[in-house]
Structure formats: C-alpha cells, structure tokens
Design a protein around this ligand. Structure first.
Ligand SMILES: N[C@@H](CCC(=O)N[C@@H](CS)C(=O)NCC(=O)O)C(=O)O
Length: 205
C-alpha cells in the first residue's frame, strides 16, 4: 500500500493528499511531527535527505517533493487524465508546477509561514508583494479559463490550489481576485475533494 509521510498543517503534504483522494487511492498516513523536528531525524532523512515533507513510498519507490510526487501519482495511477504527455499540454502543466514551487512559495506560502508559524527568516513585505503579483496573474489567467493548464483539471490545479486557498492563514485577502475565488470553489466541487485545516470542504446538501 502507498504510504504518505506528512503533517496535517503542511500544504505541501496536502497537495499529495488531495490528488490521492481525487484518484480514489487508498494509502497509509504516517504523521511526521514537524513541530518536534521529526523531519530532521535519521528515519525520515533516509526517505528524504532534504528533511522536508512530504515523502511517499509505493512499494520499492521512494519519492520526495510534492510536485514530483504529483507527477508520479498522475502517471502511475491516472493515465493521461491528470498529466498528458504530448509536448505542449505537458509543458502547459509543468509551467504551473514550477509556479507552485516558485512564485506561490515565495508569496502566499511564505506569508503563511510568517503569520501562522512565526518564521523569522521571511521578509513579509517581499512575500506580500510576491503574493499580490502571482494572485493578480492567476486572476487574469482565469478570466477566460476554467482550469489552470488545460480544458480539464490536471495536477497544475492540484499543485497551485493549496497555498492559494490557504492565503488567509498568511493574512492575504483573496477578495481582490474574484476569478481565483471562483476557481477555488470549482476545485472544491471536484469528486473526491478533501480539505485540510484552513480549507473548508463544501457541504453539499
Ligand atoms: N519543494 C518541496 C518543499 C517541501 C517543504 O518545504 N515542506 C515543508 C512543509 S510544508 C517542510 O518540510 N518544512 C520544513 C523544513 O524545510 O525544514 C516540496 O514541494 O515538497
């Protein structure tokens, strides 16, 4: 069975949880307690020498990095549906995986680290500027699109969603970005969607 090593407050872990759930895959959840430094202990460093969550084990396969894990799960269990391999759509999806690890991390993810976890090594003004930049870009991008990369949901949406939806934890107001808010609600309606602390699931009646 697939094993996911993570923490319930980790947005990077949540990216993987979300895709596992959208793919309706069973997995074993193994909590690595970030708060007490368990991610820097030898047992976990054997899985990911970077000492970062998440990590995933599937049989003999050991993987770290949320984006890399999304690629693996999408191709291993989702066929072409979540990550097509033709050059252009592949590039269009990867563009957003890079954005998740780049602009989103420097912006809303860093603001969340600053406000929720009191990270001392973050320049909050820079994080706020980066957040405004990427949220404005996303809002513009979503004016004529339903999903970020292609006509259907892909791992581009899964990679970008967590730290955008968690922007409030970083005291970032999403109201100036109405297309982003609409896209968040759309993602929440996907069959198999799961939330996390800070991201409500829709109550469908
Ligand atoms: N590029 C990595 C970043 C992972 C990451 O920064 N994880 C955080 C938790 S959300 C972490 O483990 N932080 C602790 C540390 O870096 O020491 C990924 O996408 O998985």
């Amino acid at each position: 069975m697939i094993k996911l090593y993570g923490h319930e407050l980790s947005g990077n872990t949540y990216k993987v949880k979300l895709l596992l759930s959208l793919l309706a895959l069973d997995y074993e959840w193994i909590k690595v307690d970030l708060m007490v430094g368990a991610h820097k202990r030898p047992e976990f460093l054997a899985l990911n020498p970077f000492g970062q969550l998440p990590a995933l084990v599937d049989g003999e396969t050991v993987l770290a990095d949320a984006q890399a894990i999304l690629v693996y799960l999408a191709r291993q269990y989702g066929g072409d549906r979540w990550l097509p391999l033709e050059p252009l759509p592949l590039a269009q999806v990867v563009r957003w995986l890079s954005t998740a690890a780049g602009e989103i991390r420097q912006g809303p993810e860093s603001a969340r680290l600053y406000h929720l976890f009191s990270a001392t090594n973050i320049d909050i003004e820079r994080a706020n500027q980066k957040a405004d930049f990427i949220l404005s870009q996303l809002d513009q991008h979503l004016t004529e699109r339903t999903w970020l990369a292609l006509a259907q949901t892909t791992i581009a949406d899964v990679a970008v969603f967590p730290y955008v939806a968690l922007a409030g934890d970083g005291q970032i107001d999403l109201r100036p970005y109405p297309n982003v808010l609409t896209w968040i609600e759309r993602v929440k309606k996907l069959p198999g969607f799961v939330g996390m602390i800070g991201i409500e699931e829709l109550v469908i009646t």
